[in-house]
Ligand binder design. Structure first.
Ligand code: OAD
Length: 225
């Protein structure tokens, strides 16, 4: 579509809201092992441990506020054809006012029943009971997020691919680009002749193909738009 912009965001855009990133200095994967907390196997083995970690993150996110970068993207949506594709599960883009948001890895405020498959929002945190039980059938709930080794929802992924192939500008903010398929999207955009602009204080594999790399924090880099 003419003049369309796709923005791919990662944990770095929420760093200025006080939410830790996964990799790098102070990253969650420095202190926690993904295979013990963010895989279907980990959940099958110890749902209580996994839920304790998610409840801790839910509390951090509940206290956090959208920052300047989230706000600037929401402002941009009023003036241009822009869609945010995010790997974040924190919902901060929506809280800042962005309407067109595709959540590749789900949302930490949604839960899914492992017994009856009901999916619904559950905002209470700290949770009164860990692990929480389904309000419909009493089954074990899981966070409605994508874990390592799980496929992304097909409809979500195909929409992300479609928008990426059609856009004129592909803006990448605050992602290491190491997790696929999200990390593939900037390359797909480039193949389809979009300009790729990266905002990240650090170099990433995406820097290799970026037309412009802005080595700034998200809130500073976005002010240039
Ligand atoms: P990472 O933690 O891998 O990368 C965060 C990126 O943000 C790094 O490249 C930092 O340099 C950059 N960064 C840090 N502070 C920033 C700031 N203020 N402004 C802009 N950039 C900043 O996070 P993701 O790339 O989002 O998946 O990680 C992708 C996926 O891996 C996550 O969705 C999660 C994780 O494991 C699952 O849990 C499935």
């Amino acid at each position: 579509m003419k003049g369309s912009v796709v923005v791919l965001t990662g944990a770095g855009i929420s760093a200025e809201s006080g939410i830790p990133t996964f990799r790098g200095e102070g990253g969650l994967w420095k202190n926690f092992k993904p295979e013990e907390l963010a895989t279907p196997q980990a959940f099958a083995k110890n749902p209580k441990l996994v839920w304790e970690w998610y409840d801790w993150r839910r509390q951090l996110i509940a206290k956090a506020k959208p920052n300047k970068a989230h706000m600037l993207l929401a402002e941009m949506e009023k003036k241009m054809n822009i869609t945010v594709i995010t790997q974040n599960v924190d919902g901060l883009h929506q809280r800042a006012g962005s309407k067109k948001v595709i959540e590749l890895h789900g949302n930490i405020w949604r839960v899914k029943c492992t017994a009856c498959s009901a999916e619904y929002e559950l905002y209470e945190t700290p949770l009164p009971e860990i692990p929480p039980k389904c309000k419909y059938c009493g089954g074990l709930l899981r966070p409605a997020v994508v874990w390592f080794g799980e496929p992304l929802p097909e409809d979500v992924l195909s929409k992300a691919f479609e928008l990426t192939k059609e856009c004129d500008l592909f803006l990448v903010i605050g992602t290491s680009g190491l997790v696929y398929p999200a990390g593939y999207l900037p390359f797909l955009a480039k193949q389809h002749k979009a300009k790729v602009v990266e905002i990240n204080p650090e170099r990433t594999p995406i820097s290799e193909i970026a037309d412009i790399s802005i080595r700034e924090k998200a809130s500073v880099g976005l002010r240039l738009f």
